[in-house]
Write a protein that binds this ligand. Structure first.
Ligand code: ADP
Length: 164
């Protein structure tokens, strides 16, 4: 699998699946979650309610339609909320591994990721990047392209440096 980084907005990515940094309730939120629901429209929330009546556990992933976005699917993951005491790093790497498993189940060949947990959930950005890259590199998958979408120039520089 090729891993690349672009600077931009994940809602605009022309890939099979975009990953959402969601929360356990799976009913929308702020940050990238809010941007994805706003861009994809109400079909995403309707699908979340239908498919995830109990929400999702931290570290897990599940898919919905991408609604009006160019992608076909949203793969929602729930990163650990470090600010709420979820400090177990395996919960973060699990998000990337489970997202690729869900992508394989869908037959997705290209997938775009935000930096899960690196916003409101307070994971240190450097380690959020390393957790993403090491897990994407180590997980066997039929996905051919993983695109890290950096929101802003500083995030781009950080990911590009660590991608090597
Ligand atoms: P979390 O609650 O998992 O920390 P956030 O949405 O607060 O999720 O932040 C996760 C990452 O997503 C942050 O690095 C933030 O800068 C980034 N982000 C926010 N909006 C977008 C967007 N439209 N496209 C890509 N990344 C985004």
């Amino acid at each position: 699998m090729e891993i690349e980084v672009v600077e931009g907005d994940i809602t605009q990515q022309d890939v099979d699946a975009v990953v959402n940094a969601a929360n356990r309730r799976m009913r929308g939120g702020g940050g990238v979650d809010g941007a994805i629901h706003a861009a994809g429209g109400p079909e995403i929330l309707a699908d979340c309610v239908r498919r995830f009546p109990q929400g999702l556990a931290t570290g897990d992933a599940g898919w919905t339609t991408a609604g009006l976005m160019p992608a076909r699917w949203v793969i929602h993951v729930v990163g650990p909320n470090r600010n709420a005491g979820e400090t177990d790093r395996s919960l973060l790497t699990s998000c990337y591994r489970r997202a690729l498993e869900v992508a394989d189940g869908l037959g997705a060949r290209s997938i775009a990721f935000p930096l899960v947990s690196a916003g409101v959930y307070g994971w240190p950005k450097e380690d959020a990047v390393d957790a993403a890259l090491e897990t994407l590199r180590a997980t066997p998958t039929s996905v051919e392209l993983a695109r890290m979408v950096a929101f802003g120039r500083p995030a781009y520089e950080l990911i590009a440096a660590r991608l090597g």
